[in-house]
Design a protein around this ligand. Structure first.
Ligand code: LAC
Length: 224
């Protein structure tokens, strides 16, 4: 089996905590912050899948905004234009999970090339990474914008292989979204599922090659 030369990460929920928006949600809608954040994320994903199936790509910022509007309506929350703009802005300031900065550094020191492959637009990915000060850790930031369709379409996974100029057998794909790890596995990457909260893996016909509770588990996976 080819040695792993590069690690390609999902962004939302894997490196960065999408629920770091919950505090701002809570400040606007007391008692509803966590629930709004949860529904917003779920609807955001549904909108990416639905837009992909319908052939109606709009970028991830737009899907995020539309999902927020829907989720607020569903919860009966009156969302002002200012609140809408501020909450979408929060998505550009997501916090990395606590172990992420040090683990990325360790993986780089081991000579691995690191990249992000995300549903986010070129601008969202670059902004989130820059705002967290982690830009030096990544060799490539790869957006679905290039193929105008969202994960788990196989064309998206193909982008990482092309941009990294490696064979798929040399790439480890890492996601905490089980459906995303499944898509990457069908494409032919080895996969590591980050299972932070004791979930069950999806029943979609594949299993991950590795499972870790957080990113630190990757250090052992990639040779010691
Ligand atoms: C991403 C979503 C799927 O970053 O989490 O692509």
């Amino acid at each position: 089996m080819a040695p792993i030369r590069a690690i390609v990460f999902d962004l939302y929920g894997t490196l960065y905590d999408v629920h770091s928006v919950a505090a701002r949600c809570e400040s606007y809608f007391p008692g509803q912050g966590a629930e709004l954040s949860r529904r917003w994320r779920q609807k955001q994903l549904e909108y990416t899948w639905l837009r992909s199936l319908m052939g109606q790509y709009r970028d991830f910022e737009q899907a995020t905004l539309e999902a927020l509007v829907y989720s607020c309506k569903q919860l009966g929350l009156a969302l002002s234009d200012e609140q809408r703009a501020a909450l979408c802005e929060e998505y550009l300031r997501l916090a990395p999970f606590p172990e992420v900065p040090a683990t990325l550094k360790t993986l780089n020191e081991k000579g691995l090339r690191l990249a992000i492959l995300s549903n986010g637009s070129v601008n969202s990915i670059a902004t989130v990474v820059r705002n967290s000060g982690l830009q030096a850790q990544f060799a490539e930031l790869i957006s679905v914008d290039a193929v105008q369709i969202f994960k788990p379409d196989m064309r998206v996974y193909g982008l990482a292989e092309q941009r990294m100029k490696l064979d798929r057998s040399e790439i480890l794909f890492v996601s905490s979204n089980a459906w995303d790890a499944t898509g990457a596995s069908y494409y032919g990457y080895r996969t590591c599922w980050i299972n932070r909260s004791g979930q069950n893996f999806e029943e979609l016909g594949r299993t991950p090659d590795f499972v870790a509770e957080d990113l630190r588990g990757l250090v052992g996976v990639c040779g010691g």
